[in-house]
Structure formats: C-alpha cells, structure tokens
Design a protein around this ligand. Sequence first.
Ligand code: FES
Length: 170
Amino acid sequence: MAFQLKPETVEKIDRMIARYPQKRSALMMVLHEIQEEKRVISNEAIEWVAARLELQPINVLEVVTFFPSYRQKPIGKVWVRVCRTLSCALMGGYKTGEILEKELGCKMGHTSDDGSVTLEYAECLAACGTGPVALVDEDLFENLTPDKLGPVIAEIKKRAAGGTPTPTKN
Ligand code: FES
C-alpha cells in the first residue's frame, strides 16, 4: 500500500515547506512530523519525503541515518529513554537502566516481546542538574534514583497496558 499520512499532517508539512526559499531546508522538520505520526521513518516515508522536497531518496536517507533521533525500526507502545551522559551516569543512570530492564522485562536497546515497551539509553536530555533522568515518550522524569523509580515504572506499565500509543515528537 502506498505511503499515506493523515491529511492534517500533509497540510502541516506543506506549510513548513512553504516557509523556506528552498524546499530541502524543511527536511528535518518534515521528518520529525512524519515520525510523530508514524513513530518510525520507513523506506516508503523516505521516498515520499524525497519526492515532496525534490530530492533523491539517498539525500533523505543520509539525514535519517546520521541523526539518532530518527527511527528506522518500529518502537513499542511506550518509548523509554534513559540518559547515560556524564552527569546522569555519575548520579546512577546505569543503575536506573538496570532496574528498568528488570522491572519491564526488556533489555536495553530492545523492544519487549509483547511490543509494549522499547527501552534505550540516550545521550544528554538537557536536564543534567536533575539526573538521572529519563524520557517516557515525551515526558521527562527527573531524579530517578532507585528509591524514586516506583511511580515511573507504574506510569510506564499503565501506558503500556493502554490502547493508544502516545505520539513521539522527536
Ligand atoms: S547528562 Fe543527563 S540530561 Fe544531561
């Protein structure tokens, strides 16, 4: 089936493109918009974007593969990213990651067997003073020392059991 986006997403993308003298300048914003709707940048999406911006698919693929915020593999219903950069690592980010792995039944860098959770390490999430921190979808949770993880784990499990995936924004 041909690649399709919601009409409102296409309208938003067209407005973005119109803001730039050169269509290609909108590339990253367009990719973010597509990822927000689809949660992944598929090969079909890459071809669609290339056609829309009058680029070659390889031009789009280069950007998608360069920036880690773009995803080429599908993610689970809940996307959990634990910061492992220096400040958070010193405050126990890796320990936080280990506990989440155990509690969620999912190894770092993987999606749980039932597809409910994707767990990953991430680089600095711009909240270095309140580490360890983690993003659950687009919500930032701070000061995630082991004794404060309970409510976060409960929130992840609640979202994982829910029906509708939370759109990703990055
Ligand atoms: S080091 Fe973790 S948010 Fe910056």
